[in-house]
Ligand binder design. Structure first.
Ligand code: MAV
Length: 327
């Protein structure tokens, strides 16, 4: 191996060993599906800044934006294998392939409101899920971003349970997501995020569900301009690292990462939850979306609870779910 080949290999693997390539002791590679304006990217930038601030050694970051390295379902595989992506922000439901329990964190109708969401994230209720993720997926949670509210996004308005019936909509890859929307009468299908825009445009599906920041950043309103305020999810979006990479880092860098993750998460949650309503308003003012009230939210909630109960029971997580509900 020449130094050059090793450097090239190191770049491919995107890890600690990129020292050869750019002269830094440690270079970590990150990934975002969005541009600099999205709260995920801003939170990852804040994370980088805080790691550097809290660490005495030499660490550099190489954050790839705009889906250059794919979508979250790709990042999960990379993190698991310890290649290409070292840190990112992920929807728990996109990690279901490796951990059946992690999607419990972001199942629809888990949180009553922002206060409840805040209380749960301030507790250690999710610790058993974090442990399972590390064990089963090789992914370490270093902080929690989130705070977007997910609504139905569709080509035609969906304002009632009747209009929701058999609505062909995309959901994230976790079985609990499909089970939930199936239970309320829709016709959900798991489709990769980077295929959603085309699938709606070509009529393969009639819509999906998402939060304001991402609808705006990826211009989903161009094909799905109708937002129905089902407000079914307040997002939980862990800042994550590959355990294979994290475990190889010096202890003081690991400590800096944990501190930075917690702080960057708090920064990001305030940012996204604070901007959610404003972004909807911006898109509405710009004539990009039409916002509709949704009449059946209470009914949805009632229909979904047994599905949540069954999922938790299957995981042996009934107590966890009860304690989250009780907060
Ligand atoms: C939004 O862009 C984010 O919540 C992101 O974390 C998800 O992966 C994505 O939606 C999605 O629906 O897959």
């Amino acid at each position: 191996y020449s130094i050059k080949t090793m450097a090239a290999t190191a770049v491919l693997l995107g890890t600690v060993s990129t020292a050869f390539a750019d002269g830094h002791a440690v270079t970590l590679r990150g990934a975002s599906m969005f541009d600099e304006d999205h709260s995920f990217t801003k939170t990852l930038r804040e994370f980088e800044r805080l790691v550097a601030e809290n660490y005495d050694g030499d660490v550099a970051f190489d954050l790839r934006l705009n889906g250059e390295l794919g979508v979250e379902s790709d990042y999960v595989t990379y993190l698991n294998q310890g290649v290409a992506v070292d840190y990112t922000i992920l929807a728990p439901s996109n990690m279901a392939v490796f951990s059946e329990s992690i999607p419990l964190m972001d199942m629809p109708f888990l949180f009553r409101d922002l206060d409840h969401w805040n209380a749960v994230l301030a507790s250690d209720a999710f610790a058993p899920l974090e442990d399972d993720l590390r064990e089963a997926a090789g992914i370490v949670i270093v902080g929690y971003h989130g705070g977007g509210v997910r609504n139905l996004v569709s080509a035609e308005p969906i304002t009632s349970m009747e209009e929701l019936a058999d609505h062909r909509m995309r959901v994230m890859g976790a079985p609990i997501q499909a089970l939930t929307f199936d239970a309320v009468g829709a016709a959900p299908a798991a489709i990769a995020y980077n295929e959603v825009y085309n699938a709606i445009q070509t009529g393969v599906i009639a819509g999906f569900e998402n939060e304001a920041a991402s609808i705006q950043n990826l211009k989903f309103y161009e094909v799905a301009p109708h937002i129905s305020l089902t407000q079914h999810t307040i997002t939980v979006r862990p800042i994550v690292m590959s355990a294979a990479i994290y475990d190889e880092l010096p202890a003081d860098l690991q400590a800096a990462i944990m501190t930075a993750g917690a702080e960057a998460g708090a920064f990001g949650r305030a940012l996204e939850s604070g901007a959610d309503g404003e972004i909807l308003q911006e898109m509405s003012d710009a004539g990009q979306i039409v916002i509709h009230e949704f009449a059946g939210r209470d009914q949805m909630l009632e229909m979904v609870q047994p599905v949540q109960d069954a999922y938790a029971a299957e995981l042996g997580a009934t107590e966890l779910l009860e304690s989250v509900r009780g907060m």
